[in-house]
Design a binder for this molecule. Structure first.
Ligand code: NAP
Length: 296
């Protein structure tokens, strides 16, 4: 393997350490403990695992974790009433509603009912608009984690050609905005892009957020490019269940300059950035200096 491995697991541990230091300082100097409320509706097994993991890591960095588990048939009115209560609770600095929601609930309505300054997922329409116009916002966790790793590896990203494959609201689009904010020349590719291999071959930075196992082969990667693989795909290989990314790691690592593995790349950064966003939200709510390097 020629490429440098970008170790998301180690990087996430470093981010959590920075968050924990800032939390300790907030407690000691200001008597404030940041609090993150996570709302889970229903019993989707994957969501339950995510919520448990978020709660555990929240407590580990010294913050308060508030878990609200609601029945799958909870009415929209009851969910909105809970969000309203959390919006008005000064001990809650971040609110996250675990997605996907059961079908009878309007996801956009629910997300847009969270107070934007507590929207630590960065999905509220106000935060989307603020990010798009280059203003201070809450930044979606997964793309924020990708940006942190890219900045750490390259220093400045200015002038680099970046291709983001995928245009979802939670990964592709905010990722493209962040790269543009760091003065990359950005192309957003998707399922209708003509000659995707050729588009990807031009890129100094490739961010793959597609959801198709190992779709990007090594011969699409420009020699020396940095590859950030957001994909998490569960497949069966040699009779075992394994996790793979959207990039064919083995062949891409032969040509890339640096690459994130799956697992152990972008994945661990997502919750670390959720914790970072919560401490940032807490500082903003209290007119205190924000921790450096933990937001875009
Ligand atoms: P999504 O909403 O399904 O979006 C996928 C995007 O890929 C769409 O824009 C789609 O294009 C594009 N696409 C699909 N097939 C394509 C093809 N053949 N060529 C080019 N583009 C294609 O997915 P997402 O929520 O952004 O997630 C993407 C991946 O990241 C998934 O594997 C997901 O599990 C993973 N993920 C990981 C984390 C993490 O913490 N590491 C967080 C979030 C997501 P169209 O718009 O044209 O359909």
């Amino acid at each position: 393997m020629a490429a440098t491995l970008i170790d998301g697991k180690a990087f996430a541990a470093k981010v959590r350490g920075q968050v924990a230091e800032h939390v300790a300082r907030l407690k000691e100097q200001n008597g404030i403990t940041p609090g993150l409320a996570v709302v889970l509706v229903g019993e989707d097994p994957a969501s339950q695992v995510y919520v448990r993991s978020k709660g555990k890591q929240t407590v580990e960095v010294g913050m308060n974790s508030y878990e609200h588990k609601l029945e799958a048939d909870t009415s929209e009115a009851d969910l909105l009433a809970l969000i309203d209560q959390l919006n008005n609770d000064p001990s809650v600095h971040g609110i996250l509603v675990q997605l996907p929601l059961p079908e009878h609930l309007d996801e956009d309505l629910v997300i847009n009912s969270i107070a934007p300054e507590k929207d630590v997922d960065g999905f509220h329409i106000s935060n989307v608009g603020l990010l798009g116009t280059g203003q201070k916002s809450m930044v979606p966790c997964t793309p924020l984690g990708c940006l942190m790793m890219l900045r750490d590896h390259h220093g400045s990203l200015s002038g680099m050609d970046a291709v983001v494959i995928g245009r979802s609201n939670i990964v592709g689009k905010p990722m493209a905005q962040l790269l543009l904010g760091d003065s990359c020349t950005v192309t957003i590719a998707h399922s209708r892009t003509k000659d995707l291999p050729d588009v990807v071959r031009r890129a100094d930075i490739v961010v793959a957020a597609v959801g198709r196992p190992e779709m990007v082969p090594g011969d699409w990667i420009k020699e020396g490019a940095t590859v950030i693989d957001v994909g998490i795909n569960r497949i069966e290989r040699d009779g075992k269940n394994v996790l793979v990314g959207d990039v064919d790691f083995a062949s891409a690592a032969e040509r890339a300059g640096a690459i994130t593995p799956v697992p152990g790349g972008v994945g661990p950064m997502t919750i670390a950035c959720l914790l970072a966003n919560t401490v940032t939200a807490c500082c903003r709510a209290n007119n205190l200096a924000e921790p450096e390097g933990l937001t875009a």
